[in-house]
Design a binder for this molecule. Structure first.
Ligand code: ADP
Length: 146
């Protein structure tokens, strides 16, 4: 039996700029995911240093940080049985040119050279442990429901 899980989604500035927020959330609702939290946030360097600690030493990090601050992002806490793996599959791999057909990153991410790794529409937690930390990072207790 699959465990009931929560995941943290960030709809990135490219998603907001391309007016795809509704389309992406529609996919999540069609998949039966429950929305437990939803808010718009302007990311800061401090939040990004925490959220992207695992890539903070990479040469591309400053560019990623600038990109993530271009517009506010939409943070979602979503819940469903086995949602961590299902969501990573729905999203596709980091590189939009290599993401499987029909995934969010393949359908809507950047295919432009130099942007195809970075402008990939959404972030999703990579494990249940990470999700717990990430949901806490972006939502106060009273911003989550049910
Ligand atoms: P994912 O978001 O697929 O879990 P990572 O955690 O490895 O990927 O990276 C975090 C984010 O940093 C990616 O979603 C992407 O926006 C950006 N990124 C990762 N690798 C690169 C790269 N080589 N060049 C530019 N941006 C990158």
């Amino acid at each position: 039996m699959l465990a009931m899980e929560r995941t943290l989604i960030l709809l990135k500035p490219d998603c907001v700029q391309k007016h795809l927020v509704g389309s992406v959330i529609a996919r999540f609702e069609e998949a039966g995911f429950a929305i437990r939290g939803c808010k718009m946030i302007q990311l800061t360097d401090a939040l990004l240093a925490e959220h992207y600690a695992h890539i903070a030493d990479k040469p591309f990090f400053p560019e990623v940080a600038d990109f993530m601050k271009e517009t506010p992002v939409i943070a979602l806490a979503l819940e469903a049985d086995g949602i961590i793996d299902t969501m990573r599959e729905m999203l596709g791999v980091t590189n939009c040119l290599e993401a499987a057909p029909g995934t969010i990153r393949a359908d809507w991410g950047s295919k432009e050279e130099g942007k195809n790794m970075m402008c990939n529409i959404a972030h999703a937690s990579d494990s249940a442990e990470t999700a717990a930390v990430e949901i806490k990072r972006f939502f106060a207790e009273d911003e989550l429901f049910l």
